[in-house]
Design a protein around this ligand. Structure first.
Ligand SMILES: Cc1ncc(COP(=O)(O)O)c(C=O)c1O
Length: 459
């Protein structure tokens, strides 16, 4: 292919994306402290990225550190004491073994490493339909598992029927028999908090299901705590800790990432010493990359100081309380203004709406999706996106930055504006968000009404 043919092919593909309004591009440069917009988009749930306390703590720790630059190479080549010490510390913090604790440069690398290497031929990977792209990429890149099968998001009935189908399987070289007699293994991949919906995997029920259906002990839960780390459980140790499942033999691996609530970078997997030794031999994203710099490890360590000293727990309580207030307030205002769920749906229901007084903070997440309806059949083109429109409205009128999320990041028909609340948001800012959304909802309701009238007159 000549270079002009390459340019044409690339441009045509990108243009097609642009026409379908799914073109990805870098947003304009921003700084976390910029006052021009109110950030309801980043994953800075605890507002640690703008915490003067953490900022000063990091600077003074760095000024006392002998080595802060670079890391010198792959972990397998250099293994700096800084990295080893953080693993040691995290093992203690997460009530785990040091030999079973392994750092990665990112959560993405950690998931790709685990899923591309640990499942063996003849094994099965079962994953939630909303599992993160990094798990898919791990399964795609070299994973030898015989079957990969999804189940409906957080749906125990769907999961049970997937398990039963696998156990009853009489073909595929006796897959069912091997799963029943324990000669094949099953890996169940879930996120404790789903990044786009803010819903929770029912971890305890899943552990019980694995125990009941796979008595040979050959089925394992792999929990991605990327959006739970720092927010839930004692000291922010995540939902595995909250559900008192730390150290449970069914949980083969637990992933905590540092780039979201912790305002740092990197990730850690807590698994068995054998899996650590296995990944050290085969996981390419661990072997063939330069380890995180000392600077990054020190930064992550300072963030964990915030978890250990209780700072994070107080911030988490604040942001989860705000989430409860925001979703309740917005629902009430939408009902008041007669804006139905065909226009806008607030969140994916997590709790019994009839008993709001029983809503515990633990049922709330700082991620609240505002699901918009599809474009109108008569008056709007297919490329019109209500989610983009809502996002633009919030930015133009309220200086609120809340990004639209559309296919292919979420399933078709699931377009939304994803709201991420932060501990540092003020009540006025959250109240402005409620009003901005309601204002847009009222405008949208009028347009929908006009479209209906037009539809009737054409009949
Ligand atoms: C659920 C989940 N897992 C893993 C990752 C990857 O983590 P990291 O950003 O550290 O690569 C993300 C981040 O987008 C995520 O949302």
């Amino acid at each position: 292919m000549t270079s002009s043919a390459l340019n044409k092919a690339s441009e045509d593909t990108l243009e097609s994306r642009a026409k379908r309004r799914i073109l990805r591009r870098l947003p304009p440069p921003s700084t976390p402290t910029a006052k021009s917009v109110i950030d309801f988009t980043s994953n800075d749930y605890l507002s640690l990225s703008v915490s003067p306390h953490l900022h000063n703590h990091l600077l003074s720790t760095l000024s006392r550190s002998e080595t802060i630059l670079g890391s010198g190479g792959s972990r397998l080549l250099v293994n700096p004491a800084t990295h080893h010490d953080l693993e040691l510390r995290l093992a203690t913090f997460f009530h785990h073994t040091q030999e079973g604790t392994l750092l990665f440069n990112s959560g993405y690398d950690a998931n790709v490493s685990f899923f591309s290497t640990v499942p063996q031929s003849g094994d099965v990977v079962v994953y939630d339909e909303y599992i993160h792209a990094s798990v898919h990429d791990g399964i795609r890149s070299g994973c030898r598992a015989q079957r990969r099968v999804s189940f409906r998001n957080n749906d125990l009935a769907s999961l049970t029927s997937v398990f039963e189908e696998l156990l009853d399987n009489v073909d595929e070289n006796g897959l069912g028999l091997r799963l029943r007699n324990g000669t094949s293994s099953l890996f169940l991949a879930v996120e404790s908090v789903y990044s786009m919906d803010g819903t929770f995997a029912p971890l305890k029920a899943m552990v019980q299901l694995l125990e009941g259906l796979f008595p040979c002990g050959n089925a394992y839960l792999i929990v991605d705590e990327a959006h739970a780390t720092g927010l839930y459980g004692p000291q922010g140790r995540g939902r595995v800790a909250l559900e008192e499942l730390e150290g449970h033999p069914k949980i083969l691996a637990r992933l905590c990432t540092f780039g979201k609530a912790l305002a740092a970078t990197g990730a850690v997997i807590m698994t068995t010493p054998l899996v650590v030794r296995y990944m050290t031999n085969y996981a390419r994203p661990l072997i063939y990359t330069t380890a995180l710099s000392h600077l990054a490890i020190i930064a992550a360590s300072c963030s964990f100081d915030m978890l250990e000293d209780g700072t994070a727990e107080a911030l988490a309580e604040r942001v989860l309380g705000m989430s409860r207030w925001f979703s309740k307030q917005l629902r009430e205002r939408l009902i008041e203004e007669k804006i139905g769920i065909e226009i806008l749906r607030v969140g994916i229901e997590k709790v019994d709406q009839r008993e709001p007084e029983k809503w515990s903070l633990h049922f709330h997440s700082p991620i609240i999706p505002l699901l918009t309806s599809p474009p109108l059949s008569l008056t709007e083109t297919k490329s019109y996106s209500p989610a983009h429109d809502l996002s633009s409205h919030l930015l133009a009128r309220y200086r609120i930055l809340a990004r639209p999320i559309t296919w292919p990041t979420v399933a078709k028909g699931q377009d939304r504006v994803r709201i991420c609340l932060h501990a540092g948001h003020t009540e006025e800012q959250v109240a402005a968000l409620v009003e901005g959304v309601v204002e847009w909802g009222k405008m949208r309701a009028r347009v929908v009404q006009e479209d209906r009238v037009l539809f009737r007159t054409r009949l």
